[in-house]
Ligand binder design. Structure first.
Ligand SMILES: NC(=O)c1ccc[n+]([C@@H]2O[C@H](COP(=O)([O-])OP(=O)(O)OC[C@H]3O[C@@H](n4cnc5c(N)ncnc54)[C@H](O)[C@@H]3O)[C@@H](O)[C@H]2O)c1
Ligand SMILES: [Zn+2]
Length: 496
């Protein structure tokens, strides 16, 4: 892929220097802090430049230093928050990938105290917090993507490499990523007119589970063969989760694997399906044939979501609610206060960034689902049973997950001491968004059997992801047959 400079922005205490150094090692490139370039060029430290040339003088020097760093090509660059102003923001957009290392005010403050930071701001907690709040909008506006900078630096660096680009206009990066390769676009026909670029072939398909069938994948293989794609070429998959799952699997399997880019165009796709490298199709059961094949990049433009039907939006929102329950904090509050529908572009960008960065973080720590990646299955144990019995297509996946979430929270109240208010609030939230919390009319036995069938392959009894509290999930829990049966009964009962 075409390498651009990787620019890290974020508040004091976000770990730009440590993470930047690690990233430079991982990428085999250099790391520089733009402020160091300014002081080295000036032969003075920052206070001295301010004294001699004023703030304007310092800003001009910073602007020039950044311009020359960007012109120097690939490398990792850390920027001070004050540097994010025009015309630098425009230049960054043209020439770099800007990653926001997002750290909450408490963590940032604790870190600068430990570091014994001597900057004046690091000693005045009120000013520190006020500036932290003020800067968020600036980082959000300038960044291509967003990474939770709370974990240890190595985990943050890995997450930066796996994180999607999430911003309005993200598709302006397609051309550069395709470069001089031959690329085949496999695109959902609902969005075919919204994906720009010159492709060797444009192959439009109907979205939906049929795309993930044996016939569907055969058509994709033939399309790639007709386009004479080689292993150095590229597949670009644009659409909902069904299209990215199928086209990603076509890329994983054609000529034993060719690189691909994902352009998710549904909320499910942007917060979940296109992230983490799982691809596949449905043969005897859902997702039973597939491969891990990480896309080279994921481009999420939240403005693409404005044409989703209310039902498709809500189904994706159920996964966002799930992620909010797992992550807690700002994402949970954002979901709890969300008005039905896609909201403003800014809020939607924030929602997609927070959900996708949580998934990236979990998946980076546990790529092959041996431990914490299981958290993402909150609501999916009973949810999958409900989905299977309703018949794929009877309920959308996200709708079945809404039912499954209610069931998982109920079990959490019974066996983990979860505050019952979390259950009540979440059920009310799901209902407000037009989502079901009970699959009324389904046979409990059938749901239980489908759920057990699902788990037999995983080696035995159903295991649950439950919550001790919002933001505090646990996995591998067996609540016992009686409680599981009661949870399933409740899930198929009439809604309260
Ligand atoms: N690989 C993973 O890790 C993973 C994770 C979660 C879900 N999934 C898979 O994702 C699939 C569900 O994804 P989905 O909900 O995106 O379904 P989908 O792909 O069927 O898309 C839903 C509908 O929206 C339409 N559509 C797509 N983009 C649109 C747009 N911008 N405007 C209007 N309509 C648009 C599609 O044509 C389709 O009719 C399932 O097959 C599921 O197994 C995979
Ligand atoms: Zn799901």
């Amino acid at each position: 892929m075409a390498m651009r400079p990787l620019v890290l922005v974020g508040f004091m205490g976000a770990g730009k220097t440590t993470v930047g150094g690690l990233l430079a090692d991982l990428l085999g490139t250099s790391f520089v802090d733009a402020d160091d370039v300014v002081t080295a060029t000036a032969g003075m430290d920052v206070p001295a430049i301010f004294a001699a040339e004023g703030e304007g003088g310092f800003r001009a020097r910073a602007r020039d230093a950044i311009a020359s760093l960007l012109a120097a090509g690939p490398g990792v660059i850390a920027l001070g928050g004050g540097a994010l102003r025009e015309p630098t923001i425009d230049r960054l957009r043209e020439a770099a990938t800007v990653v926001w290392l997002d750290v909450d005010a408490d963590t940032a403050w604790a870190r600068v105290q430990v570091d014994g930071d001597r900057r004046p701001l690091a000693r005045d907690e009120d000013r520190f917090r006020a500036l932290h709040a003020e800067r968020r909008a600036i980082y959000a506006g300038a960044a291509d993507n967003h990474v939770d900078a709370t974990p240890a630096a190595a985990a943050v660096a890995a997450a930066v490499l796996g994180s999607p680009i999430v911003r309005p206009g993200a598709l302006d990066r397609l051309d550069g990523l395709v470069g001089d390769r031959r690329a085949a676009l496999i695109v959902d026909d609902e969005v075919v007119d919204r994906i720009p670029g010159a492709f060797a072939v444009r192959f439009a398909i109907e979205g939906g589970e049929a795309a993930k069938s044996v016939d569907g994948i055969a058509r994709l293989w033939h399309a790639l063969a007709d386009a004479d794609l080689e292993r150095r070429d590229l597949v670009v998959a644009a659409g909902g989760g069904t299209v990215t799952d199928a086209a990603g699997f076509a890329a994983a399997s054609f000529r034993r694997g060719i690189p691909w880019l994902a352009v998710p165009t549904t909320l499910v796709g942007q917060v979940d399906a296109a992230i983490g490298g799982k691809t596949g199709i449905n043969v005897a059961t859902k997702n039973d044939v597939g491969a891990f094949h990480l896309p080279r990049a994921v481009l999420c433009d939240p403005t693409l979501l404005d044409t989703l039907s209310p039902r498709q939006w809500a189904a994706g929102f159920a996964e966002a609610v799930k992620t909010g329950l797992l992550a807690g904090g700002r994402l949970h509050r954002l979901c709890a206060g969300w008005e039905p529908g896609p909201g403003t572009v800014e809020a939607r960008t924030d929602l997609v960034r927070l959900c996708s960065s949580y998934k990236v973080r979990v998946v980076t720590e546990d790529p092959r689902e041996q431990g914490i990646r299981a958290f993402l299955n909150l609501g999916h144990t009973i949810g999958h049973g409900v989905e299977a019995v309703a018949g794929y297509g009877g309920l959308l996946h996200g709708e079945a997950i809404a039912v499954g979430l209610a069931a998982a929270l109920w079990l959490s109240v019974q066996v983990r001491g979860l505050d019952p208010a979390v259950l009540a609030d979440t059920e009310a939230l799901l209902v407000r968004h037009g989502l079901p919390i009970r699959a009324t009319g389904l046979a409990a036995d059938a749901v239980g059997a489908a759920m057990r069938g699902d788990k037999k392959r995983a080696g035995g009894r159903p295991r649950f992801v439950l919550l001790d509290a919002v933001g505090a999930p646990v996995h591998g829990i067996d609540p016992g047959d009686e409680l599981i049966a009661r949870a399933v009964e409740r899930a198929v009962s009439s809604a309260p």
